[in-house]
Design a protein around this ligand. Structure first.
Ligand SMILES: [Zn+2]
Length: 84
């Protein structure tokens, strides 16, 4: 029963769909650092999202913000403020 997961404990720590209870996967509006050149994108890293990021449940298609749809039971400890 390797996949008998009852809660997310890593990248989606404490998050689940509040409509259907799914633990993901979710589509989440994310930020990252990307290496651009004139031909397009090379390496990407540093992916993250915030409680206000748009999210869509891959199971039931419900949409909302990470905070309203996926509601963190255990708040993420790395909610970063982004310089504008
Ligand atoms: Zn759902």
């Amino acid at each position: 029963m390797a996949n008998a997961k009852t809660k997310n404990t890593n990248c989606l720590d404490g998050l689940k769909c509040q409509k259907c209870g799914s633990l993901g996967p979710f589509r989440v509006e994310s930020t990252c650092m990307a290496t651009w050149d004139d031909d397009g994108i090379g390496a990407t890293d540093g992916f993250d999202f915030s409680p206000d990021s748009f999210a869509r449940c891959g199971e039931c298609d419900a949409t909302g913000t990470v905070h309203s749809l996926l509601q963190s039971e255990v708040s993420r400890d790395d909610n970063k403020e982004y310089a504008s």
